[in-house]
Write a protein that binds this ligand. Sequence first.
Ligand code: ZN
Ligand code: ZN
Length: 262
Amino acid sequence: MFLVDSHCHLDSLDYENLFQGPDEVLRRAHEAGVTHLLCPGVDFESFPRMYDMIKELPHVWGAAAMHPENITPDNRDWKDEVLEEFLSRDKIVAVGETGLDFVCTPETRDIQEESFARQAVIAEKMKKPLIIHARGSAARCLDILNGVNCRDAGGVMHCYCDTVEVARRSLDMGLFISISGIVTFNKGENVREVCRYVPLDRMLVETDSPYLAPVPKRGKPNEPAFVSYTAKAVAELKGVTYETLCNTVSRNFEECFRVTLD
Ligand SMILES: [Zn+2]
Ligand SMILES: [Zn+2]
């Protein structure tokens, strides 16, 4: 049985105090039944370091992109060729994470939109799915995707926390919806509502570690092993066994990212 953490920042965990290295993180994940991981990129500067970390790790894939919070007037003119080179490397399976964040960085809205549209075009050209980060902006993300013809790229709305209505639109566009530890929070009722709505065969689970640790680890630094708590919560909400949930989200991950789990 497989279980994939579809979104964890393996390169941002606390290797000074908490873990000796990524091998220890992976060992703990495996002990919890979490067999595979995907580590998204967040900007071009940190990507080479992240890539060096993951390239030799078994059962770990990566992605490359500019995170909307990291786009500034200084780097907005990033070069297509640089991203395309990252995306052509072994094990780099997606354009992510990209998207729009109108909560943390509303002041750069215009350049975020321009940058997201460019990345969507590259995703289509490179035939890689998008990992979409949306905060206060999910509907706008979909509008931009509709405007650039990237239907074949597909992708996932990661750490989904918007409305059921926007989830429905995302599904109509062929996107997957990824559920994070928020589904276990007292204040996570909107995510539980989305989780009940989204068909099991369109769903992924993730930690977004080191952020957003699920209950019962809430408030602690998150790590890939903890996606098992989120998977248990989702299984309960969907009324399926843990095994069925794990098997289904693993198949979904294979479909979304065009990889084979083994
Ligand atoms: Zn994100
Ligand atoms: Zn993230």
